[in-house]
Design a protein around this ligand. Structure first.
Ligand code: DCP
Ligand code: MG
Length: 634
């Protein structure tokens, strides 16, 4: 029986009639030749198919691969005394992330516990040490990040033309719509031509779909869950003799075949098992990815959506887990998705604002968000350490800054393997006391090819001095070092570098910068990008060596030509390149200030922006309205 049939839907669905009919109308869209032949229907495509693929017990699997361990051996990854990943054999002993290592070993004496890699001072690379201690070491997830990238790259290699969006360290959304459409046309070539006798031409419905064998391509989420509860074999076969098969089901089944091949490839070549959910949109794909784990995939057909969603406790849904979920539960005294379906859109919008249409739709399995590959390039990189023993003497800062610098150096090195020209234009230091607003200082990062631990920590030390000032004692519980505005410099890179090389070593740059004054205004350390400040300086109107900022009105001028090295010729190109960098740098300074204002972070300028000023600024911010207030940062 199909819930998709409107007449039957009313009988099974206990929500208000209007909501039910409206909500599920599109589960059985009429698919026409126009749909199969169109290339760009986007999120409205009735043949849309999206998958979410999640690695099983990911960090544990990474360690198992690294150490060449038998995947059937119970194993966990620990961070200090806590568990951060538990493999499936260990889960059979009832071990979960909630356990401490000691208790887990009581449950399973043969358990292998691997400590996550850590950075330790003096080491350029993270490692697996015997003497790990949260007081001196910092956790490193770099190895997991790299393995994660290998998996994503394998997805990409195996799915040319499919859109892939990395969703977390071990999850990715894959939009199969385009490759699936190609496969449908390849397998059923008669769909490529609109028949002469088609009643509505290209808008005529497609002929009935072929039968589908769901066997061996995944678990089908059952249309009527109670009938097959506890019987997996039955679920596997369900749908085969279902007369409600649609062209969307054909699309799902082809996506499932492709997903299955990719997952097998990842397993054979990289050693990782994964689980996937396949459905009509991102929300549903994510929801059904954990339907059966590990090493399996689940398919949620349109016809199975209503009964799958209805009994779910809505607060378990990702976006409805927080304040908004609490407010909905309190307002209506209900707990399941089905309960909330009785709330009309008008009622919801009256109580939760216009934008709550998004919640209304989510409860009905509608999600219009696109699968979009995020820029491969990171705009920022942050290394952070919560200090179990707070820093009280400013001199203790150096140890942690070196540790954080080592992490940033390694992450940048990794990223430069894919994009060799990456350059972090700004470096920011945040030091925090408890939950108070962080004290922050930033500086432009010098253009040097070898961004080593020494280079980074020398600048970080300088920022630390600016943050701590003359204080004899401090109280810092969290320290963070970040590269922001990371960009790939392309034009004129060689010449720009030649220019900076002529300015001397990082220590000379720092020293000179120190002599020149403050480094927190987004000026390049030693780049000479300092806006002219002395009114006695003659204005330089030559646009080949200066520009006027449209925002602050300052003229930013290249340093004297005499200072530039002309050893390799091409002075003009070099000059244009350097000016372009200065312009970007200056724009970024304004951008960072805007960001600081909007996020409430205290990124100070040299003119001094005390925490109290920052607080005042935040107080002036307008209170969010409607649904936004449920998503406010704490
Ligand atoms: N992770 C973590 N702390 C958490 C949740 C996750 O450190 N509270 C890390 C360890 C996990 C990885 O992120 O291995 C991926 O998270 P998942 O939620 O996908 O968990 P697993 O991959 O470990 O298990 P599953 O098989 O359930 O996906
Ligand atoms: Mg996982």
């Amino acid at each position: 029986m199909s819930l998709a049939s409107p007449s039957k839907a009313g009988a099974l669905w206990k929500g208000k009639e209007k909501a039910t009919d409206d909500a599920y109308d599109d589960l059985t869209p009429v698919i026409t030749y126009r749909h199969i032949l169109s290339q760009s229907l986007g999120v409205k495509d009735p043949l849309r198919v999206v998958a979410l693929c999640d690695s099983d017990a990911f960090y544990a699997a990474c360690e198992q691969v690294r150490l060449g361990l038998d995947p059937n051996v119970p194993m966990v990854v620990q961070q200090w005394e806590a568990l951060i990943a538990v493999n499936y054999p260990a889960r059979k002993f009832g071990i979960s992330r909630m356990d401490r290592v000691k208790d887990a070993k009581k449950r399973c004496p043969e358990l292998i516990a691997v400590h996550v890699a850590t950075y330790k001072e003096g080491q350029k690379e993270p490692g697996y040490w015997d003497d790990v201690d949260s007081h001196t070491h910092k956790v490193s997830l770099d190895y997991y990040r790299r393995e994660s990238m290998k998996i994503i790259n394998m997805f990409k290699e195996n799915l040319p033309g499919g859109e892939i969006e990395k969703a977390s360290i071990d999850e990715a959304f894959i939009d199969f719509t385009r490759p699936v459409r190609e496969k449908i046309l390849e397998r059923y070539p008669y769909l490529a031509e609109v028949p002469h006798d088609a009643p509505n031409g290209i808008d005529s419905p497609l002929p009935p779909p072929p039968p589908i064998s769901w066997n061996a391509i995944g678990f089908l989420v059952p249309v009527t869950p109670s009938e097959s509860a506890g019987n997996e074999g039955e679920e596997l076969l369900r749908g085969e003799d279902d007369d409600s098969t649609t062209w969307h089901d054909v699309a799902l089944s082809i996506a499932a075949e492709l997903m299955d091949q990719i997952r097998k490839e990842v397993h054979t070549k990289l050693g990782y098992t994964t689980s996937a959910g396949i459905s009509r949109n991102k929300f549903l794909a994510k929801l059904c990815a954990s339907y059966k784990k590990p090493n399996s995939q689940s398919i949620l057909r349109n016809t199975a959506i209503p009964n799958y969603l209805r009994p779910l406790p809505f607060q378990k849904i990702r976006f409805l887990g927080g304040k908004l979920g609490d407010a909905l539960a309190k307002e209506y005294d209900v707990s399941t998705v089905g309960d909330l379906l009785t709330i009309s859109l008008e009622e919801m919008q009256r109580k939760f604002g216009e934008n709550s249409i998004w919640v209304y739709e989510l409860l009905r399995g509608i999600d219009r968000s696109e699968v979009k590959e995020k820029s491969a390039m990171f705009k920022s990189m942050l290394a952070s350490k919560n200090l179990p023993k707070p820093i009280t003497n400013p001199s203790e800062g150096h140890h942690w800054l070196r540790v954080l610098a080592a992490e940033l150096a390694l992450r940048l090195k990794d990223s430069r393997e894919a994009s060799p020209n990456l350059w972090p234009k700004t470096i920011v230091l945040h030091a925090r006391k408890g939950y108070e607003t962080a004290r922050s200082k930033q500086a432009s990062f010098p253009f040097v090819r070898d961004i080593t631990v020494d280079v980074i920590s020398a600048i970080a030390d300088k920022l630390w001095k600016e943050v701590t000032g003359d204080a004899k004692s401090v109280y810092v519980t969290n320290v963070q070092l970040a590269f922001t505005n990371i960009e790939a410099t392309e034009a004129g890179q060689q010449s720009i570098e030649g220019f900076f090389r002529s300015k001397g070593s990082i220590h000379q740059i720092l020293k000179r910068n120190h002599e020149e004054g403050d480094s927190t205004e987004g000026q390049s350390l030693g780049s000479g990008s300092k806006p002219r400040s002395k009114s006695s300086d003659p204005p330089n109107d030559d646009s080949s060596v200066s520009f006027v900022c449209g925002r602050c009105g300052k003229r930013v001028v290249l340093p004297d030509k005499g200072e530039q090295s002309d050893e390799d010729g091409g002075a003009e190109a070099r000059q244009a390149g350097v000016l372009a960098v200065l312009r970007m740098e200056h724009d970024d300074f304004h951008f960072a200030q805007d960001l600081a204002k909007s996020s409430g972070a205290d990124i100070s300028s040299s003119k001094g922006s005390s925490p109290s000023r920052a607080t005042k600024r935040r107080k002036k911010q307008v209170e969010p309205k409607g649904i936004a207030k449920f998503f406010r940062k704490k």
